[in-house]
Design a protein around this ligand. Structure first.
Ligand code: HAM
Length: 453
């Protein structure tokens, strides 16, 4: 009889653009987050955690329906009850939602938060661009003063420097408040209308929905058109111009190198006034100096002199109208940033920041025989209470295998707990460098551990 062919069951793999993080990598992420949180704390930020799932309105109203993030990249789901939820693509709109919902209007202002966590965007995945990625964010809510823009940028630079990064540049621009923007959009739209016949079809459509985004288009035809496009700074009202001037003065005072990029508009609709992105390496060349090779149509990406794509390590700006977009009657000005943690950690000069929780093992715990195994966890408990980090291989039975591992891992001490020691209520403590061994009664172990160097 012919054997029925059974289809081999495939082992599931992780979703494209989403990764498992473990071992040393896990510690590097954790170490960075701890360091960044510590820096943020010193500048007066306090922690916040918002849920991973949000009502889609938080982002359709907050970030903007016509942005790439909302229109093309959001992971959406409908619950059994019919609610439309999304996996958060960014943090600022969610933090503002939390501020409004939790009555933080009555708190002393500004309300300054830091956060970290996973964010989700259905983007074309490639190195440094993932579908699940980690951000460390800072938001200052309730103040329109330029010093808040400066503190956000300064804290970000301090975090990046603490992570070992060098050669950082901020590209900065001001897209103004509502009045400046209205004037600017008129000028920009009229400029593009004059050039509409030379514009690609997709960009012609975009002119109707989001003309600002045409400015940082990577299409070669648009790059040429954009060379003579009007810049937003010329349309700023005196108040917006003063705000921008002050932000730049703060940066100069803090000796933070910056480059004004007239074409920087950012991909989220909530921005007003200051917008910025932080890169490593040389600043963006003027389009007129570039060779016109086709560029990737990606946000947060520009090209250096060698023509290779540079990706933004952090980006942010001011969002003075976000609260009203979310339905607040009261205006809550804000400014913030998000650092792309994955992008930081893939850089060669990123420091290995060890989390405080991770301690080098001081003792290798060795047990031999069933009787000893039975009591092992009691001894490990004594070590835990004495705050002695250990390594063990409780699954192993042979002394030489366990000793071999202890030597390989260069752990300074071994505790050997065999049949005899178990009967006598003792352990052997072996100094792995001098090979000196002490027999210690388990009742005295706690005190003896204090003598270990
Ligand atoms: P964003 O520019 O969309 O801004 O993202 C900020 C940073 O997150 C980027 O510069 C990048 O380093 C990182 N990032 C973004 N997308 C990805 C991805 N697919 N894979 C890896 N890293 C990525 C925001 O999210 C705003 N909420 C920033 C902000 C805070 N503005 C004001 N406050």
């Amino acid at each position: 009889m012919e054997k029925k062919k059974t289809k081999k069951k495939e082992v599931p793999v992780s979703v494209k653009g989403m990764h498992d993080i473990y071992g040393e990598d896990f510690y590097r992420y954790q170490g960075f987050i701890e360091k960044a949180s510590e820096v943020a704390m010193y500048y007066g930020f306090t922690p916040i955690e918002t849920p991973t799932l949000e009502d889609e309105a938080v982002f359709t109203s907050g970030v903007g329906k016509n942005t790439d993030i909302v229109e093309k990249e959001m992971y959406e789901l409908k619950t059994k009850g019919g609610s439309h939820l999304v996996l958060r693509p960014e943090g600022s709109a969610a933090v503002m939602r939390a501020y409004l919902e939790n009555g933080m209007q009555s708190w002393p202002h500004p309300v300054m938060f830091y956060y970290s966590g996973n964010f989700f965007r259905h983007e074309r995945s490639q190195k440094g661009r993932y579908r699940q990625f980690k951000q460390f964010g800072l938001e200052s809510l309730g103040s329109s003063k330029s010093i808040m823009d400066a503190i956000i940028i300064h804290t970000t630079m301090t975090v990046l420097c603490a992570a070992g990064l060098k050669d950082l540049t901020i590209e900065i621009n001001s897209i103004g408040g509502e009045d400046s923007r209205e004037k600017y959009l008129k000028e920009l739209t009229s400029y593009y209308r004059k050039n509409i016949n030379d514009m690609p079809t997709a960009e012609q459509k975009r002119l109707k929905t989001n003309p600002l985004r045409l400015l940082d288009s990577k299409d070669p035809k648009m790059i040429a058109i954009n060379e003579d496009a009007p810049d937003s700074i010329s349309s700023l009202t005196p108040a917006d111009r003063q705000h921008f001037k002050e932000v730049l003065e703060y940066l100069e005072e803090l000796e933070i190198p910056y480059v004004i990029n007239n074409h920087l508009v950012r991909g989220l609709d909530y921005y007003t006034r200051t917008v910025f992105e932080i890169y490593q390496g040389e600043p963006k060349k003027k389009e007129s100096e570039e060779n016109g090779e086709s560029k990737k149509d990606d946000e947060n990406e520009n090209t250096n002199q060698e023509g290779s794509a540079r990706i933004a390590l952090a980006a942010g700006g001011r969002y003075d109208n976000l609260s009203e977009s979310l339905g607040s009657k009261k205006n809550v000005p804000g400014v913030g940033v998000a650092i792309g943690i994955d992008r930081i950690l893939m850089l060669d000069d990123a420091k290995k920041l060890t989390p405080k929780l991770v301690k080098k093992p001081k003792v290798y715990f060795i047990q031999i025989g069933f009787e000893a195994k039975l009591k092992s966890l009691h001894i490990i408990e004594i070590l835990r209470k004495a705050h002695i980090p250990i390594k063990q291989t409780l699954n192993k039975d042979s002394l030489s295998a366990q000793l071999g591992l202890a030597e390989k891992l260069e752990i300074p001490y071994c505790i050997i707990f065999g049949q005899k020691e178990c009967l006598d209520n003792n352990v052997i403590i072996r100094n792995m460098e001098t090979h000196k061994q002490d027999t210690v009664n388990i009742d005295d172990l706690k005190d003896h551990l204090k003598t270990l160097k």
